[in-house]
Design a protein around this ligand. Structure first.
Ligand SMILES: NC(=O)c1ccc[n+]([C@@H]2O[C@H](COP(=O)([O-])OP(=O)(O)OC[C@H]3O[C@@H](n4cnc5c(N)ncnc54)[C@H](O)[C@@H]3O)[C@@H](O)[C@H]2O)c1
Ligand SMILES: O=c1ccn([C@@H]2O[C@H](COP(=O)(O)OP(=O)(O)O[C@H]3O[C@H](CO)[C@@H](O)[C@H](O)[C@H]3O)[C@@H](O)[C@H]2O)c(=O)[nH]1
Length: 429
């Protein structure tokens, strides 16, 4: 099949590359010229394990091309995927400007019948609106239909998730369009769930909101565990042995971040509000997460009797989770700002996200080139992201030289034996 993918961010680039890898002819379109120039050289503008190899293979085979030119991108295409951002507006609602713009551009460019597939996360009703925009701006001889095909990949394992997803959701009111998208995806060999457009749009928000709820729930349990002398890790294992609960997404810590959970939970609250419904649980999930992202700073302040003036902290991990360079809504943004505002000096290091971190974090931060330098001459070490290379910190010569180390572990990456000889704080244990 001949496919255009509009937007080469985390979703568009992974989707386009994987569709090319299963044999489709794919052109990815982006307005960012620098990004497209890099992609043409088989260089990935984002860090995503395995992506660069896949890019190179499919560019070389001729299945994958990149352009900033819509006319070139849509030439002879049967299907167009929309994978542009839907960021948060000030009131929490989803900003649909990019999706609308792309719908209009597709309509104005398409010269043949086209199925438009929305991969971007969009509120219920958006695909119907996209169809209206397409119909308003398309040429008379062109037939258009829309399909909602929400994306469930996780950053850091996006390629794996695409080939091993739990489901592919296809929401369409047009049977032929739904069947075509199912056929396109068949080589992935992932279960397909077909439904109507509105339900597909809702599945995406409900899934993310449920996962965020699981995290805020276990974080509140962790906070109680600390007060009653229980261990949240043992509690999560015991809970997770019940299949109805499941053992995933029960890791307590300093809350969820990233480009999806924070914005999608707020967008679902807004979707509910627009139909006069107060999504009470989800409001609390968001509040708990805001509180949880500050938790480590409260522990630091308690340890230093409320005075961080003149203290130095070594922060390990800045990305919102390991194996990504994405800094969107990372807990490190909150934690480092609070430490700096309290008068502390902050040294920081992330194995991959340094460049992006420098764009979003406070310029008072003293960036380091490695973990060894970051933990030298500090009053305490803070772990904010559970990168593998931080898991063996205690075997590191630089660490062994520290007198009376103090460690605040926001991701519970160490066990009791490892930390027995130091002052150690974690979450819910
Ligand atoms: N990041 C994820 O892990 C993830 C997972 C599932 C769903 N989603 C959803 O997918 C959507 C995209 O997310 P993302 O993280 O990939 O976004 P992103 O911000 O990384 O990428 C968006 C891309 O779209 C491009 N773009 C903007 N306007 C354009 C236009 N008119 N024409 C062509 N390109 C244009 C931008 O230049 C950018 O490269 C969002 O709705 C998001 O909620 C994201
Ligand atoms: O038990 C857990 C699991 C995750 N997290 C945190 O939750 C956030 C999100 O993690 P994860 O879901 O692994 O990453 P994302 O790449 O944001 O993926 C989520 O958001 C995507 C965008 O919508 C969806 O496609 C994915 O299915 C959904 O998992 C991160 O800050 C994690 O540290 C926890 O605190 N505890």
């Amino acid at each position: 099949m001949n496919i255009a993918v509009v937007g080469t961010g985390y979703v568009g680039l992974v989707t386009g590359t994987c569709l090319a890898d299963i044999g489709h002819h794919v052109t990815c379109i982006d307005i960012d010229e620098e990004k497209v120039a890099k992609l043409k050289r088989s260089e990935s503008p984002i860090y995503e394990p395995g992506l660069e190899e896949l890019l190179e293979r499919n560019i070389n085979s001729g299945n994958l091309t990149f352009t900033t030119d819509y006319e070139q991108g849509f030439k002879d295409k049967d299907v167009a995927y929309i994978a542009v951002g839907t960021p948060e507006n000030d009131d929490g609602s989803a900003n649909l400007t990019f999706v609308e713009t792309v719908a209009k551009q597709i309509a104005e460019t398409a010269q043949q019948d086209i199925i438009v597939v929305t991969k971007s996360t969009v509120p219920v009703g958006t695909n119907h609106h996209v169809l209206e925009v397409l119909q308003q701006h398309k040429q008379d001889h062109v037939n258009v239909s829309v399909v909602s095909n929400p994306e469930f990949l996780r950053e850091g394992s996006a390629i794996y998730d695409t080939f091993n997803g739990d489901r592919i959701v296809i929401g369409a009111d047009d049977q032929h369009a739904a069947d075509t998208i199912e056929e396109i995806n068949r080589p992935f060999n992932v279960s397909v769930y077909k439904t109507d457009v509105a339900s597909a749009e809702m599945i995406k928000y409900a899934s993310n909101a449920f996962l965020a709820t699981k995290i805020s729930f276990i974080n509140e349990v962790a906070n109680i565990c600390e007060r009653v002398g229980a261990n949240v890790e043992d509690v999560a294992i015991g809970m997770g042995m019940d299949d109805r609960i499941g053992n995933k997404f029960l890791n307590a810590g300093i809350g969820y971040g990233g480009s999806c959970f924070p914005k999608d939970t707020k967008a679902l609250i807004d979707i509910a509000k627009r139909v006069d419904y107060d999504f009470k649980i989800l409001n609390q999930v968001v509040d708990v997460n805001t509180q949880q992202q500050r938790l480590l700073v409260d522990k630091v302040k308690d340890h230093f009797n409320g005075n961080l003036q003149g203290k130095t902290f070594g922060v390990l991990g800045l990305a919102f989770k390991p194996n990504t360079d994405d800094m969107r809504e990372a807990a490190s943004i909150v934690v480092t700002k609070e430490l700096l505002d309290a008068g502390a000096t902050v040294k920081a290091f992330d194995p991959i996200a340094m460049d992006n971190a420098k764009q979003v974090l406070d310029d008072r931060i003293n960036y380091q080139n490695n973990k060894e330098d970051t933990i030298q001459d500090v009053d305490a070490i803070l772990i904010l992201t559970e990168w593998d290379e931080f898991k063996y910190l205690f075997n590191n010569e630089a660490f062994k030289e520290i007198q009376n180390p103090v460690v605040f572990d926001g991701r519970n990456i160490y066990n009791a034996e490892e930390v027995s000889s130091m002052t150690y704080y974690s979450v819910g244990r």
